[in-house]
Design a binder for this molecule. Structure first.
Ligand code: GH3
Length: 313
């Protein structure tokens, strides 16, 4: 079954996998009805930091996937009782995109039509038996690397670098989906702009680094305060945005946030300060996030004009 023993490719693979996924145990699923083949692949992959699952048919595969939604890579053999491997790829692709999971098709027949079948149904790669450890490792590594590239691109595109919150661009993307869903289900959506009062003074007095610390700490307070279904984003500078289903209670939600933050001590080893927030809320459901932001911005302007540390709706 094994053509040639590998050199130290596996260590190289594991090193890369550890770097890419920051030592998190990656999950891999092997689907093959041959116990020899399963053992061969399982032994290689589980040597180090990969958590390996095995299945012998499509039913077992789908049940493992149901329980383990974070499987990163699947190796699927073509010849299995019940369902062909390439058909199983088709099924798995209804659940996972290529950006979420890599699939490598495996078969012992050197048949180019089969390769095409696997790729057409959504496999990222294809490998013919018998294969050697080195080729096996390199293909696993390459596919995990590509997956990581997708993941880092996704993070760059959606996340604010300083605070780790969603960025303005992504707020527009998911905000629009939230609005569509609210319209369909007759839900009321609130959008609030939260702005730190006199933030320039904090930067000028305590330095830009301390200013960054205040922004990061406030971001964490916001993230902890709101529900998983709410959107918390940094609009830019010292402005944040929260969008979610709050209805009539939106004023109370944001006023209690305002009070909580005004009592909180932002302290590092050298100093401890308190800050206040001005908040503007828009409760009128619009088609576009941009319009809701515009309405909330008018209310924020009102809060600033009324003397700051105020919520307007
Ligand atoms: P107001 O109460 O009227 O909102 O006044 P303000 O000083 O909070 O608002 P202003 O818009 O004048 O100042 C915001 C400051 O935020 C100016 C800018 O240099 C600073 N800033 C923007 N981005 C960052 C950042 O990423 N880190 C730090 N430390 N400061 C930032």
């Amino acid at each position: 079954y094994v053509l040639k023993d590998s050199n130290n490719s596996l260590d190289y693979v594991i090193k890369i996998v550890k770097r890419l996924y920051k030592n998190k145990k990656l999950k891999v699923l092997i689907v093959d009805d041959s116990s020899v083949a399963r053992k061969f692949m399982e032994d290689i992959l589980s040597l180090h930091n990969l958590q390996v699952f095995t299945a012998i048919n499509s039913d077992e595969t789908l049940s493992i996937l149901e329980k383990n939604k974070d499987i990163k890579l699947m190796l699927i053999d073509e010849n299995m009782p019940g369902m062909r491997g390439s058909d199983l790829v088709n099924e798995v692709r209804k659940i996972y995109t290529k950006e979420q999971m890599a699939i490598i098709g495996i078969s012992s027949y050197s048949n180019s039509i089969l390769t095409v079948e696997f790729l057409k149904r959504g496999a990222n790669d294809f490998i013919l038996k018998p294969f050697n450890k080195e080729e096996f490792c390199l293909r696993v590594m390459q596919n995990l690397e590509i997956l990581e590239m997708f993941e880092s691109q996704r993070i760059y595109a959606t996340t604010d670098f300083l605070t780790g919150l969603y960025n303005r661009r992504f707020l527009f993307d998911i905000g629009e989906k939230l609005l569509e869903n609210a319209k369909r289900n007759n839900l009321s959506i609130s959008l609030a702009i939260i702005d730190i009062d006199n933030f320039k003074y904090i930067n000028d007095t305590y330095g830009h680094l301390f200013g960054d610390f205040v922004l990061k700490t406030l971001a964490k307070i916001l993230k902890d305060r709101f529900r998983a279904g709410d959107i918390v984003a940094r609009l830019g500078g010292d402005e944040f945005c929260v969008m979610g289903v709050m209805g009539e209670s939106s004023y109370n939600v944001f006023d209690s946030l305002r009070q909580k933050v005004s009592c909180y001590e932002f302290k590092d080893q050298d100093r401890s300060i308190k800050i206040t927030l001005s908040i503007g809320i828009s409760n009128r459901l619009e088609d576009k996030v941009e319009l809701m932001l515009k309405n909330a911005d008018k209310m924020l302007y009102k809060s600033k004009n009324l003397g700051r540390n105020i919520v307007s709706v």
